[in-house]
Design a protein around this ligand. Sequence first.
Ligand code: 1PR
Length: 523
Amino acid sequence: MITLLDYGAGNVRSVINAIEKLGERISVAKTGRDILDAEKLVFPGVGNFGSMMQILRQKQFVEPLLGYLGSGRPFLGICVGMQALFEGSDEAPEERGLGVLSGRVKRFDVALAVPHIGWNGISVKQPTGLFDTLQGDEKFYFVHSYHAVADDPAVVLTTTDYGYPFVSAVQKGGIQGTQFHPEKSGASGLTLLENFIRQDRRVAIPSTCPPQTRLAKRIIACLDVRANDRGDLVVTKGDQYDVREDGNVRNLGKPVELAGRYFEEGADEITFLNITGFRDFPLEDMPMIEVLKETSKNVFVPLTIGGGIRDYTDKNGRTYTALQVAAEYFRSGADKISIGSDAVDVVEAVLKTGRPTGRSAIEQISHVYGNQAVVISIDPRRVYVDSPDQTPHATIETAIPGPKGQRYCWFQCTVKGGREGRDVDAVTLARTCERLGAGEILLNCIDRDGTNMGFDIELINAVKQSVSIPVIASSGAGCEAHFAEVFEKTDAESALAAGIFHRREVPISAVKAYLNGKVEIRL
Ligand code: 1PR
């Protein structure tokens, strides 16, 4: 029996699902007594270090936790749950950590995108049962802006490189912790969790740990989901956002089934976009939540969900906040939420008044769940001009001239699935959202969507060069070479595709086989 410490933030469902998948029973600790009585305790932490410690104190969990940690029984802290073991964190300098390991948690100080998001390797430094039957060259899923700096090298179980080596797992007696998410790390992560659960594994250093690790470029499968005209929830796919063919919504499959297939085929992440979320409110109409719950039972890579994340008042006058919508998604198995139309409204308001309100969905959700949980989905289209002084927007000189031979363009943000253009450009939107607390940009492109022409390299470079958070290149992938092109010609951290995967034109495994040896990927 595993006891899970749930302090109420983030995606504990994935951890529960992973443990249950391994055939183990799990109970959620409701009181300090439950913690003290646990046989094996798992503490998944997500979000902000300060909020986590405050909630632990409010719930009077700190003393029981310290009691348990002193008992020598098995403990596994995940992500911020591992960071909690240290004395404190620069993320919330006023909050004390548990202090069972000496050292502090610091923000990444690197000339690379922060948060560190994606699949990276580990170098195991001391014998352990956690990696039994693994080779040591596997990659695990990370998503964090802060990392632990341990005073005592003897507690460092693994290091990972991201600009410099950082502590990616710790071990001291029965206490173990991983900065990465085993519950989101596919088959390797499940093996690690099983090794923890069984506690009877061969203690050793895996044979093929790399001396230096590398972050992989991610390949993401995207499922645009909506109800068709018969009311069934289907995965659809547009041509430049038009999802109808002969008057009917294209039906490319069932969301849960398709997500399961992509997990098996090696997708590094799966994104669901509720593309009619701008008019259907997710908490009134629950099928997307069910999709998420069902998917997360069998899919052990990160799940992002977007569509309809905004404040909302229903017909009875009841008001819901974007934070409540996001909370429901996280509870149902999402690791990240993505905000589209609402981000454009917020940025327009910030540009008008010159300052953030602190109350936008981006600010509120990132404050509670951490920046890494907030993705901004941008739906831009090109607007051509003859010269940059014809528009106040950020323009580029383009190698793809406009219909009248125009050599400059800007990338206009749209809302409501491309139906409405706004007076904001994608570069300004991305930069402003980063300032508000977004952790990643999902950069679609209406001009390329569904065309199989390849990614819009100029758009991706324009946005990527203006932010320091990771960028997901999206729209237009038509063959394996397009993925190589986007990683060679831009610094995008990941590439997303839909149509070619849904239509089985190019399997994810073929993309990875093509990239192997050219760019770092997770095989
Ligand atoms: O505005 O917060 O409610 O979120 C709605 C979300 O739904 C946004 O993220 C928006 O991008 C998405 N969306 C709305 N309408 C459509 C549509 O297609 N009619 N889909 C839509 C966006 C674009 C990509 C697509 C790639 C790859 N789809 O996600 O998957 O372009 O496609 P490809 O590889 O076939 O070229 P809100």
